[in-house]
Structure formats: C-alpha cells, structure tokens
Design a protein around this ligand. Structure first.
Ligand code: FAD
Length: 516
C-alpha cells in the first residue's frame, strides 16, 4: 500500500522504506545506502522524483555495493521514522555507509548538483571514504600503479584486466569499474595520465581511453564508438569469456543436444521475422484469449481495439490480412455487451477453412527463439508485434497518434498473461502515454519504455543469457543513434533512433523465412 501511495514503486529499483524494514535495510548492511526522505505533497519532491528514478536506473549494476532507497514522510505510519532521522525538510538525501551502526542518522548530502551525474559522482566519493568498512562487493576504486599492474595476474584469478587511462578528475574509470561489478573473468582499474611509464608502455595518447591487458601480457585498445563510460561498459560486458555472475554461458548447440528442444533455427539478429509476428498472433488469439470464456465490458472494448489495429496495420501476407479483416468485421457487428470466446474461436477457425483467408496455427519462433523453453518466445513476440504496428501506423499516416499504443495498453491490461508485467506497463502508460501527440512520438514512446523494462530486467533470472537485456539498439546495430553530451554522458539521438526504427520494423524488410 505504501509503495502504491508514494512517488516510487519497487519496480523503480528503489527500496521502499517503512517502519518494518528500515532498520534491516539501513543498518549493518554490506552495501551502502543512499536514501531520499520525501513527502508526496511537496512539489520539489515530485519534480525531483524522475531524477531519483533515473539515478536508480543509471547505477542499477552497482547494487551489491550501493543501493538506493526512499521513504514517504507524508505517510503517517512513517512519521516516527522520519522524525528519528531528524528530517525537517523535503527532499532530504542521506548517505549511509556500509555497516552503519544501529541508530546512525546517516550523512547529510551536501554540495554537488542534484542531477544524475552529480549524484553519481557523489556516490563514488562516498564509497571511496569507506575504510575498514569497505563494502565487500565493491571493487577497488583507487588508481592502479605500474607495480600493481605488473603483478596483477599473480595476485588475481581473473584473466582479463581493463585499464581506463584518464585524468585525475575524471570519474569514467570508477564508473566502469562499478558497472562491471557483477561480471566475472574481468577486472577494471583506472590509471592516471600522470603514470608516464605505463602511458608510454601502452602507447596511450587519448584520455580517457580503455586498454585490455591479459595474462600473456598482450595489450590491445578497446574499440568503441565514443570514449565514454556507457560505451566502455557495454563493450567490456560483451567480451568473449566475460559473464554475468552466476550466469554461465552454455553454447546453444550444447543446450539443444541435452534437451528435447526443437532444432535451432539460425537467424539474423538484426532483422524482424514474419514467423514471430504470426506466432504472436496465434498465441494471443488462440491461447491467451481462450482463458477468457466470456468477454465483457472493458475487456470487450480492449479486444475490439486490438483486432481493429491488427486489421489496419498488420503487415502480413494477403491471406492473413483478409482473415484479420474478417474477424474485425465480425467483432464490429457484435453490438451486445458480451461475447463468448467460443464464438470468436469459430470465426478464427472458419477463416482457416476459407482458403484465401488464413490465420496460421501454431508457434514457430525465429528471432524470438530462446536458448531454453522458458526463455523469450511469446513476450518477445508481443513487443515485436507492437513495435511493428506503431511503425506501420506511421507508414500509413494514421489519423490517431495514440491508437496503437492504446490498443496495446488495453490488450496488456485485459489479457496479457503475465499480470505483474501488465501492472508495470499500466504504470508507465499512466505516467506518460497521454503526452504522445504524434505518430513519431508513439514509435519513440514504445521504444524508450521497452528500454526501461530492459533496464529493470537486466540480470534477472528471466533473462536469457544468450540474449542479454541491453539498451537497444546497440552501438553496433545503430552507431548514429548514440551520442555524447558535452558532459560526456551518453545521449540518444532521437531523430536517428526514429529513422532506425522505421527502417528496422518496416514492412518491406520483414523476413519470411521459416513461414509455414
Ligand atoms: P524482449 O525484451 O522481449 O525484446 C524482443 C526484441 O525486441 C529484442 O530481441 C530486440 O530485437 C527488440 N528490442 C529490444 N529492446 C527494444 C526497444 N527498446 N525497442 C524496440 N525493440 C527492442 N518481464 C518481466 O520479467 N517483468 C516485467 O515486468 C515485464 N513486463 C513486460 C511488459 C510487456 C508489455 C511485455 C510485452 C513484456 C514484459 N516482460 C516482462 C517480458 C520481457 O520484457 C521480455 O519480453 C522477455 O523477458 C523476453 O525477452 P527477450 O530477450 O526476448 O527481449
């Protein structure tokens, strides 16, 4: 209840504090905690909440060393906690070093700007101030000396060392070190530009720049699109042999040999497959919906909207489009307040008998194949389907910019079998979907919110280790989509992203391999 009422929810990657958990979260924890004390009614807190959420997304990988929390002091049940911490104004930020003792009031945030970059640098400074209570999961953040690097592979079991060469006041090396905290077989250290002997040994001319060094003393420069944190971290996390902690990579061929999985269908990871779109249609119409024996009220409206956007924008084979049109026409004729799924099913299946209108049966995932049966498949198909539909609506210059997004929102809310997914999606829709005022914004809204979901799910058990959740499209897939702000922060070039998405999901580029 508290989570629902306040400015944050657990899906923001922020621990929601309450009288029940506050002591166990803040005291004697092996990770440091950065806490916001806020009041829901305070305008500054509302204005600051997107920054706190962005920070949580930005440093999500650092969680084992430092985590974010928040408490709503406007909630009466939290009053005593806020009073005990001496909170009188909102928002108040406090840092609790790892292993803070019970009764500690934390350290008040001072200085630094309250934007994501300033807060992130503050977190690093605070982490560095730990002495004997160093959070065990936090790798060393100090600069590396030549002697340390020379002896590195004698004293460490990792096979690869990434060195970020940079100036004293740069934070990039420490940020990348923390971004790689949950990855195995690699360590990251920063080296200052003043370490002249190392600089000349590695032949370093740019600061920052990143070099790889292995136990055979081989040196190579890390190739990236831009010399910046996001690009280094992304590239290092994907180096051969580097794996997320607890997620060993088993080659796909071995997985298939050892299981009853169907034969792997090789595919191009940079393309959309019609087989995935048709499989998503089959699963949603014949499996997901079949759980709803009678469809009434808002669910019926949701179904009509969904079928209507499919009939208008599904870029399918002519026979599939005809079938969708037949279903749409039938649904529009249903004027009552309820339909039976069995009647809808008859229409779906009758179309199959009409040779020129066919909704193919069965699923055959291609680009959405998972390396194990419980990975990917249908949810991947749902995303792919709706991205494609937003792009098709733009191609066809639809008159309603939100039509596809609203159809997706109500379909997910009424029918999507993953109920917690539906709750999360609805929350995102409530936050910002009404700000979509053009077809281009609709395409970008779905892209950016899918990326928010990717960020939240990266590293979760549901992530297929062969298809890690990334901020998509990657620098390899779309170099021009990525840019840098003056501050060195990563930025998306939204115009380029839009062009990329329109091309990627365009009907002309959809591959028809493996169609039944
Ligand atoms: P997916 O995330 O399914 O993406 C499919 C494909 O789309 C990718 O392979 C890539 O080619 C492309 N893609 C990736 N990112 C983008 C982007 N930003 N824009 C355009 N294309 C992109 N799972 C949970 O565990 N918890 C949840 O709360 C949750 N919420 C969900 C909400 C919705 C509406 C949906 C449809 C799914 C949700 N899921 C959730 C499932 C989860 O998002 C993935 O679909 C699932 O884990 C399969 O992941 P995947 O690797 O196939 O990639």
């Amino acid at each position: 209840l508290i989570a629902e009422a306040g400015l944050y929810t657990a899906s923001d990657q922020i621990i929601i504090l309450s009288p029940e958990n506050v002591d166990s979260v803040l005291f004697n924890s092996s990770a440091a905690l950065f806490v916001e004390f806020y009041a829901t009614w305070c305008g500054h807190c509302v204005a600051f909440s997107p920054t706190w959420k962005d920070l949580a997304r930005d440093i999500k990988e650092w969680k084992p060393a430092v985590d974010l929390a928040a408490i709503d002091c406007a909630d009466e049940s939290n009053r005593k906690v806020c009073t005990n911490f001496g909170i009188t104004g909102y928002p108040s930020l406090k840092f609790f070093p790892a292993y803070s003792s019970s009764g500690s009031r934390g350290q008040d945030f001072r200085g630094f700007s309250r934007d994501v970059r300033g807060l992130r640098h503050y977190v690093i400074n605070k982490l560095e101030m730990h002495n004997e209570t160093w959070p065990p999961a936090c790798p060393p953040l100090e600069t590396a000396s030549e002697a340390e690097i020379d002896n590195f592979f004698q004293t460490n079991s990792v096979k690869l060392l990434a060195l970020v060469f940079e100036s004293k006041d740069s934070y990039v090396g420490r940020e990348v070190t923390l971004d790689l905290l949950q990855y195995e077989n690699i360590a990251v250290r920063r080296v200052l530009d003043t370490e002249t002997s190392l600089v000349s040994r590695f032949g370093v001319t740019d600061f920052p720049s990143c070099y790889l060094y292995n136990s055979s003393r081989h040196i190579s420069r890390l190739k990236v699109l831009s010399e910046a944190r996001t690009f280094y971290s992304y590239a290092l996390q994907r180096l051969p042999g580097v794996v997320r902690t607890g997620k060993p990579q088993i080659p796909i061929t071995d997985l298939i040999k050892n299981s009853t999985l169907q034969e792997w269908r090789p595919f191009n990871k940079t393309r959309v497959y019609m087989s995935d779109l048709e499989s998503a249609l089959h699963y949603s119409l014949r499996v997901e919906l079949s759980g709803h024996v009678r469809i009434t009220g808002e669910h019926l409206i949701a179904l009509k909207k969904y079928i209507s956007v499919l009939a208008k924008y599904f870029p399918g084979r002519p026979s599939v489009k005809r079938a969708l049109n037949m279903v749409d026409n039938w649904l529009q004729e249903q004027k009552g307040t309820e339909i039976k799924y069995s009647d809808l099913r008859d229409v779906l299946d009758n179309t199959v008998q009409t040779s020129d209108a066919v909704l193919p049966e069965g699923v055959q995932w291609v680009g959405c194949q998972g390396s194990q049966p419980h990975f990917r498949g249908y949810p991947c198909g749902v995303w792919t389907l709706f991205h494609t539909l937003t792009v098709q609506a733009k191609e066809q210059s639809s008159s309603d910019p939100r039509e596809v997004l609203q159809a997706m929102r109500s379909y997910v809310s009424s029918f999507f079998g993953c109920r917690s997914c539906a709750t999360h999606f609805e929350r995102m829709a409530q936050d910002s979907m009404d700000r979509v005022t053009s077809l281009s914004k609709a395409v970008l809204w779905l892209w950016s919110h899918h990326n928010q979901v990717n960020n939240r799910l990266a590293g979760e058990l549901s992530e297929d280790p062969h298809f890690p959740k990334i901020q998509w499209p990657s620098p390899e897939l779309c170099p021009s989509c990525h840019g840098l702000k003056k501050t060195g922060e990563h930025s998306w070039n939204q115009e380029e992203v839009l062009t990329f998405l329109q091309n990627y999901f365009s009907s002309a580029r959809i591959l028809t391999d493996y169609l039944q």
